[in-house]
Design a protein around this ligand. Structure first.
Ligand code: AMP
Length: 450
């Protein structure tokens, strides 16, 4: 099947040609015809499957076919994403795929100045890609008009719910016209996703690519068992001896990411950390440096890494396993994208054996183990509960681990091993701060919206 068979316009085909896409991926083959028919969809698809083009292409096609007159251009398609990085990524794809169409798009997210966004919105935008918090800021200031939205896309909806965005999403939906097409994408189906879907979608077509929760098959997965205190040393050695030039490394916490990046730097490996406490500028710079090859190791937390799309990223390392098994699937989905080969390697200490078991249960298979001579585990070390906030163990402060940020505790495996609240610290979404900000009256109201 070709893109042409799907009935896309010449302008879109030209852009795809330029991207070098020869044929639609499975999600694109399934989603595009259904969306073109005007139906709602509920799609189970991970990042890396080509889902962005799966919803963007038919949306561009329909928006183009039903072009509006000149003059005032209200937003006609709204794409909500959980993270700034994913919003930027989707926004870039929309621009690329729509480059030969007379449609305008923009991206809005928090952490950057609002005024340039207001300017763009004022000039008229057909397709708006946004994170929920900043979108609501705009809605409150009346700098965005959502009353003409024809398409709503919730991208990585499972992640948005995990990050506590459900109330924001509901608030956004209230601002939209009832008559619209809804496209919901999620890598996993939880009870909450099903609830959201049933309240949002009308007779949705269910689309599923690859088995739910399976890791990208092109990714080679392997685990190394190693003592916690020797993980960094082993990581440096693996990078050095294999001469890896571009490695994405995951830690559980922001603090852990910072510390590891600093230590690797000291080992002579250029490294940077990327997480929710970094300014948008710092995150963009680190990512650009990594893509350009100036930074060899990018250390990231789960949330920050969502939406990172780096072509042919060859190596992903789990320096620490995530508390939520699904996050493992998301993490390793950073490599082996769109048919490229990739390798995902996990360094596992005795504390993490339970987490590994949960992940293998989800994958429905065992991950093969490899050993590095000289790093044999010390059998006298007893497992300890995984500490929040401080990746390196110790029983000091839990830095707000008890949270109260509206997220439910992790559902990892049901055992008592990790303690329910450990997932809290992986959530570096700045939702608390945002809510507080929004509640403040808008600055006397004088000079914001016109
Ligand atoms: P996504 O799942 O949307 O994040 O896309 C994953 C990657 O696949 C991105 O780098 C896209 O540029 C790429 N991609 C999307 N569709 C195709 C296609 N039909 N052929 C080749 N690559 C694609």
């Amino acid at each position: 099947m070709s893109f042409k068979d799907l009935g896309l316009s010449a302008e879109i085909l030209r852009a795809l040609d330029q991207q070098g896409y020869s044929e639609p991926t499975p999600i694109q083959q399934q989603a595009i015809p259904v969306i073109l028919q005007g139906k709602d969809i509920l799609a189970g698809a991970q990042t890396g499957t080509g889902k962005t083009a799966g919803f963007t292409l038919p949306m561009l096609e329909l928006l183009h076919e039903h072009a509006q007159g000149k003059g005032h251009r209200p937003v006609r398609a709204l794409v909500l994403t959980p993270t700034r990085e994913l919003a930027a990524q989707v926004g870039e794809s929309v621009k690329q795929y729509g480059q030969y169409l007379p449609l305008r798009s923009t991206v809005i997210f928090g952490g950057v100045k609002i005024n340039p966004q207001i300017d763009k919105l004022r000039h008229g935008v057909d397709i708006l890609v946004a994170t929920p918090g900043r979108l609501l800021d705009h809605a409150q200031q009346r700098t965005v008009d959502l009353s003409h939205v024809e398409f709503l896309v919730l991208d990585e909806a499972d992640r948005m719910l995990d990050m506590g965005f459900i109330h924001d999403i509901k608030r956004v939906i209230k601002l939209l016209p009832k008559d619209r097409q809804n496209l919901l994408f999620s890598a996993t189906y939880s009870q909450k996703i099903k609830q959201l879907a049933s309240g949002l979608l009308h007779n949705p077509e269910m689309i599923e690519v690859a088995r739910q929760n399976t890791a990208a098959e092109t990714v080679d997965q392997v685990v190394y068992k190693v003592d916690k205190s020797r993980k960094r040393e082993l990581l440096s050695q693996l990078i050095g001896t294999n001469n890896w030039q571009q490695v994405l490394v995951f830690t559980r916490t922001k603090h852990g990411a910072n510390r590891l990046a600093q230590q690797l730097d000291k080992d002579g490996l250029t490294a940077a950390a990327i997480h929710g406490n970094k300014s948008q500028g710092a995150r963009t710079k680190a990512l650009a440096g990594f893509k350009a090859g100036d930074i060899r190791v990018l250390v990231a937390t789960d949330i920050a890494a969502r939406g990172l799309d780096i072509d042919q990223l060859p190596h992903v390392v789990n320096f620490e396993l995530p508390n939520v098994p699904e996050d493992y699937v998301h993490r390793i989905g950073r490599t082996g994208r769109a048919g490229n080969e990739g390798e995902a390697l996990s360094l596992i200490c005795v504390d993490e054996l339970g987490l590994l078991k949960d992940i293998e249960k989800l994958l429905k298979r065992q991950i093969p183990e490899q050993n590095m001579p000289g790093y044999e585990v010390d059998p006298s070390i007893k497992p300890e509960p995984i500490q929040n906030g401080k990746g390196g163990g110790g029983n000091r402060s839990r830095r707000g681990g008890g949270g109260g940020n509206g997220r439910k505790p992790t559902r990892s495996g049901g055992g008592s091993r990790q303690g329910g609240q450990s997932a809290q610290t992986t959530n570096d979404a700045p939702q608390k701060k945002r809510r507080r900000r929004r509640r403040k009256p808008t600055n006397g109201g004088g000079n914001v919206a016109r």
